[in-house]
Design a protein around this ligand. Sequence first.
Ligand code: NAD
Length: 269
Amino acid sequence: MGRLADKVAIVTGAARGMGAAIARRFAEEGATVILTDILPEVAATAAAIGTAATAHRHDVTDEARWQEIVAEVIARHGRIDVLINNAGILMFKDIRETSVAELRRILDVNTVGTFIGMRTVAPHMIAQGRGSIVNNSSCEGISGANSLVAYTSSKFAVRGMTKVAALEFGPYGVRVNSVHPGNIDTAMVNPHGSPKEVLNQVMGWYPAQRVGDAVEAANCFVFLASDESSFCMGTELIVDGGLIAGHYYYGLPGAPADILPPSRKTSTA
Ligand SMILES: NC(=O)c1ccc[n+]([C@@H]2O[C@H](COP(=O)([O-])OP(=O)(O)OC[C@H]3O[C@@H](n4cnc5c(N)ncnc54)[C@H](O)[C@@H]3O)[C@@H](O)[C@H]2O)c1
């Protein structure tokens, strides 16, 4: 409790999934949280958190709406201490199947949305002389994966712009870092709501041997948002159960005994 006491935080894509978990954890740690999302459910998510939370309908690709929300937060709270660029979309298609319009759409939400968020909020943080921006990339922002050309491109770009922002804003007391989740149990990777036990049956191919919970990722955002991470700038915090740590050689010592053959490997976002 209290790790984010008195901080004012904006979390995008917060109606459900990781964004909702981040907003909940932030409120538990004492923050005032502004949840934004295109989904109307964002209002109910904020209401369930309590008086520390408010909700805004918001498409992160809409620059004018970003300006309205930021102006409203500044008018009401006087400052913005934390920005979490979390909103994102996923699409599984290989390069030959992916249209230019589809590529542009994924880049628009995941990458351009993050860019607009940073460029809208950063001037206020710079004027304050402090702030923390955390961009939700992915383990697909670190390594490639088949059928994820658009998503992987968008998340590599988020990782790259995080470094640039860390360099440009750091001297003004504004820290910028990225989180790289993998296989977190949300609607994005589990749209039909399969029970964790079912999902875990096909997770033998990486160290954790199970899917992650949204709160396990949210805890990483708490750390990077808080003053505990005061010397982290341009840091990549991977929270993927070891997914991209390396790979197992089947049948050799050190691999899990009941590891599945490669043909049963599954995908992640
Ligand atoms: N679940 C995973 O395993 C995983 C892994 C790596 C990265 N991520 C990233 O984590 C973030 C959160 O994803 P999630 O797993 O909670 O999925 P999710 O689909 O449950 O949540 C994504 C949220 O973003 C919102 N959103 C989508 N487009 C938007 C837009 N244009 N403007 C505003 N909001 C928009 C959605 O309405 C939704 O509430 C995403 O950026 C995703 O790419 C997820």
